[in-house]
Every structure is written in C-alpha cells, then in structure tokens.
Ligand binder design. Structure first.
Ligand code: IMP
Ligand code: MG
Length: 181
C-alpha cells in the first residue's frame, strides 16, 4: 500500500482492509449476541459511516434487523466546528425500538451525544452505539461506544468512508496523516 496525497497533505496506511473485515465481523457477532430478539434498527450516520454500515449490516445476520439513515455534519477540513448540523432527519417511528447508531468514528463525542438526545426524544426503547474507530483521548462529552472496532490515537484519519472535505471515502483501507519529519 502506498502513501496518498489530498489537498497537499500526505497520508500513510494505518489499518488494512483485512483487519477491518475481521473487526467488523466481530462487532456483528457481538451485536447479534446482544440484540438477536430485539428487532434492532441500525441507524447509519451519513455520510462517513455508509461503507462501514453496509459491511456491518451485511455481516450481522439477525433475521428481523432493519437499517435506516440520518445525516449529520460537524467537520470542516480536519477539525470539528463544534456545532452539529442535522442535514437529513429520521422518518421512521422508533417508539419502543432498539436503535443501534452506526458511526464511522467517535472523536469529541458531540455528534453521538446529540444523536442520542434526538432518539430519546423520539422514545426509542434503548440506544446503542457501534463505531468503527474511537479516539478515547479526544472524547469530551458522553460515554464510549458500546461496540468499537479500533481504539486509535487522536490523529486525522481517512478512507473506508472517512473523508477530507468529501475526498478519499473510496479508499478501501484506512490512512493516517503523516507526521512531518
Ligand atoms: P465528533 O462529533 O467530534 O465525535 O465527530 C464525529 C464526526 O466527525 C465523525 O462522524 C466524522 O464524520 C468526523 N471525524 C472525526 N474525526 C475524524 C477523522 O479523523 N477523519 C475524518 N472525519 C472525522
Ligand atoms: Mg460521521
């Protein structure tokens, strides 16, 4: 795997697609163990989580599982704006349901906290969170995700759905911003 360049910045390989596939399968099994009889609704947080959500949902063979989508935006370039915008809302009735939020990455936790609030207002029975990537050292609000693929240091990541201003989502592996040497 080669380095990649976006907007003049260099990124190096960080997590390979084979490792991602292993952890996604593990997470899917954990969710099945906990929620097989709950008719869970997977809630994919667009845009970043769409690739992870597709793989996780496909790997999780719960007969009554459903998937839907919501769109939030908090990042501009390589940092959080601190303000989370709901760009596309939820159309389903989630009253009494188990909702599994599917996020690409938990950074400050602000997006996740806002989302939990929205789902509780709509009377979900229980809300769980699955995140492919989690930056524990960056967490400012809320609790760690219930299902985590990889704990990573507080560095900027892209690929496998994660972007830099819309770019690089189609990279099959995860890359990290290279330190200047
Ligand atoms: P939080 O609200 O600070 O937890 O940020 C959550 C959102 O910011 C994620 O769902 C991503 O869309 C984006 N984000 C956070 N860290 C990164 C990163 O390292 N690369 C790309 N996007 C990121
Ligand atoms: Mg996101």
């Amino acid at each position: 795997m080669e380095e990649v360049t976006y907007q003049g910045l260099t990124f190096e390989p960080f997590i390979r697609r084979e490792q991602i596939a292993v952890e996604v399968r593990r997470m899917a099994q954990e969710i099945k163990r906990d929620h097989e009889n709950d008719k869970p609704l997977f809630l994919c947080v667009l845009n970043g989580a769409f690739i992870f959500a597709a793989d996780l949902f496909r790997a999780c063979d719960i007969h009554d599982a459903e998937v839907t989508f919501i769109r939030f935006k908090s990042y501009e370039g390589m940092s959080s704006t601190g303000e989370v915008k709901e760009i596309m809302g939820l159309s389903e009735d989630i009253t009494g349901r188990t909702v599994i939020i599917v996020e690409d990455i938990i950074d400050s936790g602000v997006t996740a906290q806002q989302l939990r609030r929205v789902l509780e207002e709509k009377h979900a029975r229980q809300v769980k969170m699955a995140a492919l990537l989690f930056k524990p050292d960056s967490l400012k609000v809320g609790t760690p995700p219930d299902y985590v693929g990889f704990k990573i240091p507080p560095k900027f990541i892209l690929g496998y759905g994660l972007d830099l201003d819309g770019l690089a989502r189609n990279l099959p592996d995860v890359y990290v911003l290279k330190e200047k040497s």
